[in-house]
Design a protein around this ligand. Structure first.
Ligand SMILES: [Zn+2]
Length: 313
């Protein structure tokens, strides 16, 4: 599922492709993508004649801003936008087509069919589902350390599900939560309210750094991707912990582990992200032994010779 950096990359690309174009007509072939209004014909009619002014983003949602209308679009699992000439064959799984007056078309393709579109009057979108309850926007000015502390510090849930909750902070999904927790050296199962001020601060910095770097990576690789494929979507960024289970931790050399937290596959280094002392019983042998210590050469050699699970006793 695309997270903030991927959606931001799509936003930037779409900006270059569709801003200034005027919609001549709209074709919807899979009604369930359109969540608002209920009537598909009305959706098609309302958009006709509107000019695209800007492409915005709120969390993982795109906001296609027109003169007098805003289309809120969520790509969910596999939604893709692509700009085509109207004479190009329409590919399978294309569910919505925005025909422009200049002979080009913005096509929305979605194999899994989980994507959604909601149409609003400008400004109205923030008071309704799906945007109304969204939390802090991490790449905007309001995302201060103090705001982050207020949103997270008193939660009794584990830190990973707390960060995934879009009502607290938006845009983070499974990949970048794992990345940020690894950078901050925080175990994904620590209850949020057990994090010290220093840890919260490290986490705040880690979220900013992770997202900023991913956005920059997406931005730099987008051009050739669009030219080559004629469409845009997700990008593989250089990930430090996600998907690296069994490989050596880039920080200490011990094997990266994969577990399930809050129903989500979770990658972490047991050495760099020690569990809370109060969790010691569920993780025998880890509790407190390594906390705060920078791993040395010993850890590195242990990972090479011993299969182990990263537990140093
Ligand atoms: Zn490590």
């Amino acid at each position: 599922m695309p997270e903030l950096p991927e959606v931001e990359t799509v936003r930037r690309t779409l900006t270059g492709l569709i801003v200034g174009k005027t919609i001549q007509s709209v074709t919807v072939s899979l009604p369930r993508i359109i969540q608002r209004p209920d009537d598909i014909r009305r959706f098609e009619m309302e958009l006709t004649g509107h000019r695209i002014i800007e492409v915005g983003r709120r969390g993982k949602f795109l906001r296609i801003i027109m003169d007098g209308l805003v289309l809120v679009s969520h790509l969910r699992m596999e939604g893709r936008y692509g700009l085509y000439n109207s004479n190009e064959p329409v590919e399978k799984h294309t569910h919505v087509i925005f025909h422009f007056t200049d002979g080009t078309e913005l096509r929305y393709k979605d194999v899994r069919q989980f994507g959604t579109m909601h149409l609003f009057l400008p400004g109205e979108e923030f008071n309704h589902k799906p945007l109304v309850k969204l939390g802090l926007e991490p790449l905007e000015e309001g995302f201060t350390m103090e705001a982050f502390r207020k949103a997270i510090a008193k939660r009794t849930t584990k830190i990973k599900p707390a960060l995934l909750n879009q009502e607290y902070v938006v845009g983070l999904g499974n990949i970048y939560v794992d990345e940020a927790l690894f950078r901050a050296g925080i175990h994904p199962e620590r209850p949020a309210n057990t994090l010290s001020d220093t840890e919260l601060e490290s986490l705040y910095e880690a979220i900013l750094a992770t997202l900023t770097e991913a956005v920059e990576a997406g931005g730099s690789s987008i051009k050739s991707y669009v030219n080559g494929q004629g469409e845009m979507g997700m990008f593989q960024h250089s990930l430090r912990i996600y998907g690296r289970q069994g490989e050596s931790c880039l920080n200490c050399g011990q094997p990266v582990e994969k577990t399930v937290v809050g129903g989500r596959g979770t990658h972490y280094c047991p050495n760099c992200q020690p569990p809370d002392r109060s969790m010691g019983l569920s993780n025998p042998g880890l509790g407190g032994l390594n906390s705060g210590k920078k791993p040395g050469k010993k850890a590195r050699s242990a990972s090479i010779h011993g299969k182990g699970n990263g537990v140093r006793t």
